[in-house]
Design a protein around this ligand. Structure first.
Ligand code: CXF
Ligand code: ZN
Length: 369
């Protein structure tokens, strides 16, 4: 069948809207009519060539929800008509990590930037008959997509698709960083550097954990204002050493117990590290361009201050566990989802959506089909 898609053809170029040929799902696969897909910064890094993927053309888009239209003969627990969220790391179910329930560490994870399906073959072709990849084995900037059942999570039908798409990436990444990685405790102090799609969810995650001081830092004032609504107690419009000074001033010179680096670690990790209290945590939730190969922290400073620097992907817990949990929190009124969507777009406007993200105008832009 044909599906209208946004294709990544060359680093540095805009995505092109083209019809692609999409094959029927194979035995373990599912055909999904995409309903909503969020514009996450990761895809922008790929479009710009800052994070290399293994092939072009490729359909980007990995923060998606939709409806199941067809299933393969060996698919279990997913039915036609189900509403689903797609996970950007598949859960193969067989590796040592999946066996422990740690699907966010699935051994197949490193293959999500390669292009093929989980089984190593392709389901998409362009107008010249060339194979087309699917970013994160999802490729959701497309009216329809075919994904392995390992990438599918069934959700309840009353959750609006636009809100459901958000729990596919930014919300678990941010909320989970606070809850599962840093394990923020009631009364703790927290700094969040970069309050965009991920960082804003760290703010609400820290609020859910009962943090008493939540300092949002960004160079876009509107985001600091939004952060107050998500639970930030302070806003700091500064970067570099000025950021460190401002945070120390707000914490009696001690620093915060948890500093989250949610944007450009190359520029923000050291200031965040220095704004962290002794024995505190520095948690990196953001990507760096391929060209950034090291960040300099003096080892003696790390040793004597006894801080921990940690990474986290997908909120450091299985998406299969987190996604239903996060939707339950939303249902109870404890988690803000609607407020994260600052603009919606059609697929034809995907490049405008990314320009808006780059200009600091959006928390989450979402493409609605
Ligand atoms: C990313 C995480 C790093 C690999 C590519 C996908 N996730 C979402 O933004
Ligand atoms: Zn993402």
């Amino acid at each position: 069948m044909l599906s209208k898609a946004a294709l990544f053809r060359r680093p540095g170029d805009a995505l092109t809207i083209e019809p692609i040929e999409l094959d029927a799902p194979r035995s373990t696969e599912v055909l999904v009519q995409v309903a909503a897909v969020g514009l996450c910064r990761t895809d922008l890094h790929v479009m710009r060539g800052e994070r290399r993927v293994a092939m072009q053309p490729m359909v980007l888009g990995h923060e998606a929800s939709g409806t199941v239209e067809a299933i393969g003969s060996a698919v279990a627990g997913i039915s036609v008509g189900d509403h689903v969220v797609l996970t950007f790391i598949p859960a193969c179910g067989r590796c040592r990590w999946c066996a422990k329930g740690l699907n966010h560490l699935c051994a197949e994870g490193p293959r999500i930037t390669q292009g093929p399906q989980l089984d190593g073959t392709f389901r998409r072709r362009d107008n010249e008959g060339r194979d087309v990849g699917a970013f994160c084995m999802i490729g959701a900037f497309s009216e329809r997509t075919v994904v392995d059942q390992a990438s599918v999570i069934v959700i309840e039908k009353d959750i609006p698709f636009d809100l459901a798409s958000l729990v596919a990436c930014g919300v678990p990444a941010g909320v989970g960083a606070a809850r599962n990685r840093a394990k923020v405790k009631p009364g703790d102090s927290v700094l969040v550097v970069g309050v965009g799609g991920d960082g804003m969810n760290v703010v609400q995650g820290a609020r859910l954990c009962g943090a008493s001081t939540i300092i949002a830092a960004d160079i876009v004032q509107a985001k600091l204002d939004w952060a107050r609504e998500f639970g930030a107690t302070h806003g700091v419009n500064a970067e570099g050493e000025a950021l460190t000074r401002a945070v120390l001033a707000l914490t009696d010179g001690i620093g915060v117990q948890h500093a989250f680096v949610c944007v450009d670690p190359a520029a923000t990790l050291v200031p965040a590290f220095r704004a962290t209290a002794k024995a505190g945590n520095v948690i990196v939730t953001a990507l760096t361009p391929d060209t950034v190969t090291e960040i300099k922290i003096p080892p003696l400073e790390l040793f004597v201050t006894q801080k921990a620097i940690m990474g986290t992907v997908y909120g450091f817990a299985s998406p299969r566990l987190q996604i239903p949990e996060l939707l339950a929190l939303y249902r109870r009124g404890s988690l803000k989802l609607k407020e994260l969507i600052t603009q919606t777009y059609s697929l034809d406007d995907v490049n405008r959506g990314y320009a808006d993200l780059d200009a600091g105008k959006n928390l989450r832009g979402v493409i609605i089909f």
